[in-house]
Write a protein that binds this ligand. Structure first.
Ligand SMILES: *Cc1c(COP(=O)(O)O)cnc(C)c1O
Length: 356
């Protein structure tokens, strides 16, 4: 970023760091936050007052529109420290582009690229000590934008706040994951906003996911809203199926979020000569493959875990377990992607972005 941009971001340092109180070997995902946060407000038609300040609670009017109408979108990204203490982001421009795509759908003003990168850079430099070395360690970065105008009239807000908060993370392992193929509830629909990383998409998932958890599953695989015949996403991740030696995943579109991990997996699979077929995947063909032994893997794809292997699934009253493979695609591809993230491998795609 250009040096003169730096002067536009005001910086207020925290008096004390909390870092010594944090047990970095025992981090639950997304519970501890770093010393600082970035904020910027949309007032009178422009984004103003970008600043990095101590992490702190906000004061909002009880009638702030975000509480009543859910006008909020967010992002999830990570920073990594390599062996030489350089700090890297992974395809951050895609996160910025996507938050603006999400914002547009929720009638939220787009956020400027230069302020995003400058604010994020200043924040990460201040909180650099929170990004720990070593495979699996990272800093989870959560940009979020929401409506702050007071008043309960049902119309888009004319004020917004853009925040970036950060939480140290360890390699993510949530135990064995079994998924329920959902044939009633839907996450998204044609003409809806399933492609947006909108807060409301998550709120709408919690109840059906809880019902699946009550049945002994950890997650839901969402099917298309109109026929429930096509497999779309696994919880809040994109989803891949390996039948024989080919990987299948649904094309993104209005109902399916364009995951950065998903498209990195597709590129990496091609690099590794793993055949990938991007096309609608039918529930029926996956069940048939499970029955005849050709279904070898299912995995979710998202920033938090990169790849989250799924060990079994259920549909209506039946359950299936997947085979335990020696060298699953999920491990090979995950390693290839994380090696790029941690600057352990060449980056022919230009996915890495150094924070300096
Ligand atoms: C965030 C998200 C993903 C994964 O996107 P990444 O860019 O890979 O982190 C997939 N599906 C949904 C619904 C999401 O919200």
């Amino acid at each position: 970023m250009s040096d003169n941009m730096t002067s536009t971001i005001k910086i207020e340092k925290a008096a004390n760091s909390k870092i010594n109180k944090v047990d970095f070997n025992n981090l639950a995902f997304g519970h501890v936050f770093t010393d600082h946060m970035f904020e910027c407000d949309f007032i009178n038609g422009e984004w103003v007052n970008p600043q990095v300040v101590p992490y702190q609670p906000l004061t909002l009017d009880p009638s702030a529109k975000v509480f009543h109408y859910g006008q909020a979108v967010f992002e999830g990204m990570k920073a990594y420290r390599d062996d030489e203490d350089k700090i890297w982001l992974f395809r951050p421009e895609d996160n910025l582009n996507r938050i603006n795509i999400s914002s547009k759908r929720l009638a939220i003003p787009e956020f400027p690229k230069d302020i995003f990168f400058e604010g994020l850079t200043q924040l990460l430099k201040l909180d650099e000590a929170w990004i720990k070395k070593g495979y699996g360690n990272s800093l989870y970065i959560r940009p979020v934008v929401f409506a702050t105008e007071s008043g309960v009239s049902a119309s888009p807000s004319n004020r917004y706040k853009f925040l970036i908060i950060c939480s140290p993370a360890q390699s993510y392992y949530g135990g064995e994951v079994r998924v329920k193929i959902e044939n009633h509830y839907s996450r998204s629909a044609d003409g809806g906003f399933g492609y947006a990383k909108a807060a409301g998409n998550y709120a709408g998932q919690f109840y059906p996911t809880k019902l699946a958890q009550d049945e002994g599953y950890q997650q839901v695989i969402w099917t298309d809203a109109s026929t429930h015949k096509y497999l779309e996403e696994a919880g809040t991740m994109n989803v891949f199926f390996r039948i024989n030696d080919t990987l299948y995943t649904a094309p993104t579109g209005e109902r399916i979020l364009d995951g950065i991990t998903r498209k990195s997996i597709i590129a990496m699979a091609e690099e590794l000569s793993i055949p990938v077929d991007v096309r609608p995947v039918r529930v029926e063909e996956v069940i048939e493959a499970a029955n005849n032994g050709t279904l070898k893997e299912i995995f979710g794809a998202g920033t938090a875990a990169v790849i989250n292997p799924i060990v079994g699934f259920g549909y209506k009253d039946q359950k299936w377990e997947l085979p335990k493979l020696e060298n699953p695609y999920s491990s090979t591809i995950k390693k290839a992607i994380t090696d790029i993230q941690y600057n352990k491998a060449k980056d022919p795609y230009g996915w890495r972005y150094e924070v300096k």
